[in-house]
Ligand binder design. Structure first.
Ligand code: ADP
Ligand code: MG
Length: 259
């Protein structure tokens, strides 16, 4: 049976000044399929993520998530519909603890509301306890639970990336956008990340990732979309992409050759 389309991007265009950062790009992401968006630096990958997550509005084109049109909606509404993301330049609350960072992402249903908090009602303590338990369960996924009370800013770079991913997962998204989540990670950190992505995908979260590490991309992605200078130049299974002359030409001509 063909897989359901979760995300559909149609004729997406975004211009900055005179520069066409994204030019008439169309693609679909199917539910449960790990999809990668690749291309040389400046080819429009992050801009596409910003358009999907509502951090930018397209000049032209449409974006549909689970059949609903979402382009132009503000980021918090898109997040509420079930799209979570991480940023190429990590965005965490450095002054808060690791645990507090995750607690903020946990569904408001699980967190005590304003009244419960202000009046310290019994439900405040039970909800707080539940939310902490849930946050710790997420931290365990990437072995960060023992650092729950450390300040987020004190974590080494790789673990800050992990924290950002965990925070995105704690919102219980249907679609997770990872922007260069493996960059700056060492070999064993990358291996754990790959394992986690497979695991969450098996649990029903669809992953769309931007990745520079070609080995990791070819290993993990089931579908690859290739961009060059804002345009889509290829799409298909990893094996097909690896042999595509247009893709090879782009990578041989860039600093990020598929080595
Ligand atoms: P990638 O993530 O593939 O490296 P980006 O989407 O970040 O590429 O950038 C695509 C192009 O758009 C680049 O030339 C970049 O300099 C430009 N660009 C991205 N964001 C902005 C912005 N906010 N203002 C102006 N130019 C931008
Ligand atoms: Mg980028």
């Amino acid at each position: 049976m063909p897989k359901k389309v979760l995300l559909k991007v149609e004729n997406l265009t975004k211009t900055f000044g005179g520069l066409k950062a994204v030019s008439n790009v169309s693609f679909e992401v199917h539910q449960g399929v790990i999809t990668a968006l690749i291309g040389p630096n400046g080819s429009g990958k992050t801009t596409i993520f910003n358009l999907i997550s509502g951090h930018l509005s397209p000049d032209k084109g449409q974006i549909y998530f689970a059949g609903q049109r979402i382009d132009g909606l503000p980021p918090h509404q898109i997040a509420r519909l079930g799209i979570a993301r991480t940023f190429q330049n990590i965005e965490i609350f450095g002054h808060l603890s690791v645990l507090e960072n995750v607690l903020l992402a946990i569904s408001p249903r699980l967190r005590p509301n304003l009244w419960e908090t202000a009046l310290r009602l019994p439900s405040f303590f039970s909800k707080e306890k539940k939310a902490c338990k849930e946050a710790l369960r997420y931290l365990k996924l990437l072995e960060l639970d023992h650092l729950a009370h450390a300040s987020a800013a004190s974590l080494p770079f790789g673990l800050q990336r992990y924290l950002e991913i965990i925070r995105a997962l704690a919102t219980q998204p249907r679609l997770l956008l990872l922007d260069e989540a493996a960059s700056g990670l060492d070999g064993s950190e990358k291996a754990l990340l790959v394992q986690l992505i497979r695991q969450i995908c098996a649990q029903g979260v669809t992953v769309l990732m931007v990745e520079h590490d070609m080995n990791l991309t070819m290993d993990l992605a089931q579908e690859i979309i290739v961009l060059d200078q804002g345009k889509k130049i290829a799409q298909g299974a990893p094996r097909k992409i690896q042999r595509d002359p247009k893709v090879i030409a782009v990578y041989l001509g860039s600093d990020h050759a598929a080595d």
